[in-house]
Design a protein around this ligand. Structure first.
Ligand code: SF4
Length: 745
């Protein structure tokens, strides 16, 4: 606990947040202790020496490289039990129908997958298999399959760089580029926009740049929920005079004030975090940002020297923005030009700024353009490549930054080499075996291909398509058409129970703390952390995902398998260092606390980018037009007390929202004749869900509902064309529902 007394920042004069919706941090700690009471020593070692397997803020033990003091949050505490619990009773899997109705939380609480299991068409459940039998069964199919009909997918649940790298190398060894990771549904637009603007697909600054910057801006980002320790960085930033601005359609209570458990007066009285709030329509960010830039141009407050010396494309951008009428920018953003001016003046008076964004920006059919508009604004003021400045697509899961960088992507090889003839030839030389040169399928494309009957073998490491992608029914149909599905995970997930077209195999995986030789993770700020193997109890037959894939390759093609050269953890890291030049230093990470930050504290130092001309590139973007008919709303999905699609509690402690709540503005509720708690039906073009009205500080005509509960409303065919992220929003109608009528979803 850090002591200090700063009443000017208190959220409330009443101690312990009485009367406020707030997380119960100390209650969460007590609950964690209770849940892990049978493995307290092991749990303590994981916390003390392991790298957090929650979000991508990054820790080593319970410390980080940004601030002194304790770095710990309730997400990590909730995840701890996944690492310490024992195996499930195999009898649960005798008959899967009884499992289908369980919640994801109930499934996880059954325990770890104990050994390989198989379910064949017509079987009621799974039966035990030996590892040899399981891998021979799979190898036999893989040997016969045409590589374009073989696909791999990796989620981000604690998965290490070694697993991502091993999986993509094995996939390519087997002749396919059909490999993707869960960044497809989160920051793929950021990767695309940053790559074309500055040549790097990563955060340009470090968290330490937040602290003392003049302006810290969060766009469509809810760090209080997704990266809770970020609120401590915000607190320290405010102490140094940083102004915090939030641009969002929902005035998230957690962003306005938060009770930070490791800072005494904040734990007691809470802390005000946000100074200015700009409430835009969902999908209105481009209109808002272009309006702000239009003001900056008119005021003559863009950084002309930076633009002249370090960028290209500004004249085209200026011409494009000058042609965008104010009335459109106001209508599409939902914000009038005086508010845009207020934001422009904040930006103009700031000598430094860090812009941070998340899924509120990326999960749209124009997600790349959304990110581009943020980048354009930052570049117009030269907020790049210098202290306390930067662009940060903050990551929600500990594995996703590294997953793409080490090559688990259908159109990139390790080290960001494009898939194609040149890239394939380079990788073939480096690895010593032929690498396919055709563009692979993204996660979403794989589901469509499966639905068309074009995938014969699907290997999924973690994840649950049924709860992460739009239109769960369609995903179910797609999975049911794949002759062989392999699900490699630590716990059960609903996708495993989809009836086999022919065969489904479950394989028990290790956690990152059990991975022999340890593993590495790359945090949002590009810091590669080593997470050591933590001594403790083991699930006897669980095996590390990358080792199993190498084993598979050696069965499919025993004569060439030694070419993979993935023999142990250090060998994998050496191979990553060879294939991903900017990961140099990963090969030397071997103990708790070891880390290296690729690119150093800041990318683009002095404004020099990684693009061939060394300049940053502006790109013009047009605001998307929304014509939502009267009586309809723009619905977006949100997260609450959950990690990825793992829902951890029925109530979101930051808003008090229940899982079926529909967050709506009071004026919208009044127009519909609804009060808090009234049952409603939400109807989109593709589905209906039951909900309950929850009046909240939402922008009018915008609604939010929790993901994955809202997924049946989300159309499956609306994706961002450049990077393939699904648009997790929908136009919906809200209809009051009599209490007795609950539709079947
Ligand atoms: S903020 Fe993120 S990295 Fe830090 S402890 Fe929580 S989940 Fe882990």
């Amino acid at each position: 606990m850090e002591f200090g007394w700063n009443p000017s920042m208190w959220a409330s004069p009443v101690p312990f947040g009485l009367g406020h919706e707030k997380p119960g941090h100390f209650r969460d700690m007590a609950r964690t202790w209770w849940k892990n009471r049978d493995q307290l020593e092991y749990a303590t070692r994981i916390l003390k020496d392991g790298v957090c397997d929650g979000c991508a803020l990054g820790t080593t033990g319970i410390h980080d490289f940004t601030l002194d003091g304790v770095h710990l949050c309730s997400i990590r505490l909730e995840l701890l039990r996944l690492n310490t619990m024992g195996t499930l009773e195999p009898k649960h899997l005798n008959e899967v129908d009884s499992l289908v109705e369980l919640s994801g939380k109930d499934l996880r609480e059954l325990g770890r997958i104990p050994f390989p299991m198989v379910r064949r068409r017509g079987d009621q459940g799974f039966t035990r298999l030996g590892w040899d039998d399981a891998l021979e069964l799979i190898a036999d199919r893989v040997r016969k399959v045409e590589p374009k009909r073989l696909a791999f997918y990796l989620t981000s649940r604690g998965i290490t760089n070694e697993v991502y790298y091993g999986a993509q190398k094995v996939a390519r060894f087997l002749g396919t580029n059909n490999i993707d990771n869960s960044a497809r549904i989160c920051h793929a637009p950021s990767t695309t926009a940053l790559k074309r603007s500055i040549g790097y697909a990563a955060s340009t600054c470090s968290y330490s740049d937040w602290i003392g910057t003049d302006l810290l801006v969060f766009f469509g980002s809810h760090v209080a929920n997704n990266q809770p320790v970020a609120t401590k960085y915000m607190y320290r930033a405010k102490e140094k005079g940083t102004r915090i601005v939030v641009v969002n359609s929902f005035r998230e209570p957690g962003m306005e004030r938060y009770w930070i458990p490791s800072i005494f007066d904040s734990a007691l009285f809470g802390s005000k975090l946000t100074d200015e709030f700009f409430q835009v329509h969902q999908g209105g960010d481009i209109a808002f940002l272009n309006g702000v830039l239009k003001h900056l141009i008119a005021l003559g407050t863009v950084d002309s020297e930076f633009i002249e010396n370090q960028t290209s494309g500004f004249d085209e951008l200026r011409a494009s923005i000058e042609n965008q009428p104010w009335k459109d920018l106001e209508r599409f953003s939902g914000v009038d030009r005086s508010e845009m001016l207020a934001f422009a003046e904040l930006i103009a008076s700031a000598r430094s700024a860090v812009f941070i964004w998340s899924m509120g920006i990326t999960q749209h059919r124009f997600g790349v353009d959304n990110v581009q508009a943020i980048v354009n604004l930052a570049l117009s003021r030269g907020f790049l490549g210098r202290e306390k400045c930067g662009l940060m697509p903050i990551r929600g899961h500990s594995g996703v930054q590294g997953g793409a960088e080490v090559g688990a992507v259908p159109w990139s090889f390790p080290g960001d080499r494009a898939v194609g003839e040149d890239g394939a030839s380079e990788m073939s030389k480096l690895w010593g075996f032929d690498v396919p040169d055709w563009r692979g399928l993204s996660a979403v494309e794989t589901v469509h291909a499966a639905h068309r009957g074009e995938i014969d073998v699907l290997w999924a490491i973690g994840g649950d398509y049924l709860s992460t992608l739009p239109d769960p029914e369609y995903c179910r149909e797609a999975l049911a058409r794949v002759p062989l599905r392999v699900h490699q995970d630590i716990v059960l997930a609903h996708q495993m129970f989809v009836d086999p077209s022919d065969t489904v195999v479950l394989l028990p995986a290790t956690t990152r703390y059990e991975q022999p030789g340890g593993g590495t993770e790359t945090a949002t700020e590009r810091r590669i952390y080593f997470s050591p193997e933590i001594p403790g109890p083991r699930i006897e037959e669980a095996r590390s995902e990358w080792e199993v894939l190498v084993d598979l390759a050696s069965r499919v093609d025993p004569e060439r398998a030694q070419l993979l050269e993935l023999t142990d953890g250090p060998a994998v890291r050496r191979d990553i260092a060879r294939a991903v030049p900017f990961y140099a230093g990963i090969e030397d990470l071997r103990g708790a606390g070891d880390q290296v930050q690729w690119g150093g504290p800041r990318l683009c130092e002095g404004g020099r980018t990684a693009l061939p001309d060394g300049r940053s590139h502006f790109h013009s973007v047009q605001p998307p037009e929304f014509n939502i008919p009267d009586g309809y709303f723009h619905l977006s999905t949100r997260r609450g007390k959950q990690f990825n699609s793992m829902v951890q509690a029925k109530v979101d402690p930051l808003t008090g929202g229940h899982r079926d709540d529909v967050f709506m503005a009071v004026t919208d509720a009044e127009r519909l004749g609804l009060s808090n708690g009234d049952p409603v039906i939400l109807r989109s073009d593709i589905g209906m869900v039951n909900g309950r009205c929850r009046i909240a500080p939402m922008k009018e005509r915008n609604l939010q509902m929790f993901w994955p509960e809202a997924n049946p409303l989300i159309p499956r065919d609306v994706v961002e064309p450049q990077c393939g992220i699904p648009d997790f929003t929908a136009v919906v109608e809200v209809v009051a529902r009599p209490l007795s009528e609950e539709i079947e979803q």
